[in-house]
Design a binder for this molecule. Structure first.
Ligand code: NI
Length: 152
């Protein structure tokens, strides 16, 4: 297996707040991130595709196809949005970077199967950097009913 990682960037605003919890608990959990007017991040997104090196091209996956897919599925959906208000994914889910990371993985997983041209290619991992001090990674390992993570 060879791993190809490509880096993308997008900016979005969010507010960390769970309507199912009392205001006091939201403030305790999320601190300043519970500010009603939200705040923004310049996210750095690393998408990793795994596969065998194709004999004909010497490549693991088509970079152009990867770019188009991430552009369409992720950047157009989330860039320059308020995640809480503008996106379907976070209407009922707190847009922590953990949850954004999982959502991006779920959006890309089926779109990055290689098909006939790249039969061994698959999405390996999504890494999402929120600030220079913290980032989150997801490899699709979350089992069970996703609705259990919903908050509203
Ligand atoms: Ni934040």
């Amino acid at each position: 297996m060879v791993y190809l990682t490509r880096r993308y960037r997008f900016s979005a605003a969010h507010r960390l707040h769970n309507d199912a919890l009392p205001d006091e608990e939201n403030r305790r959990l999320y601190g300043k991130c519970d500010n009603p007017f939200g705040h923004g991040h310049n996210y750095v997104l690393d998408v990793t595709v795994a596969g065998e090196v194709d004999l004909a091209t010497g490549m693991v996956f088509d970079l152009g196809l990867l770019d188009q897919t991430v552009q369409r599925e992720v950047l157009e959906r989330f860039d320059l949005t308020n995640l809480n208000q503008d996106t379907e994914e976070f209407r009922a889910l707190v847009p922590t970077t953990e949850n954004v990371c999982v959502a991006i993985y779920d959006l890309l997983r089926d779109k990055l199967r290689g098909g006939e041209r790249w039969p061994t290619a698959r999405l390996e991992r999504v890494r999402l950097e929120e600030t220079s001090s913290n980032f989150f990674e997801y490899n699709g390992g979350l089992a069970g009913d996703r609705t259990a993570r919903r908050t509203l």
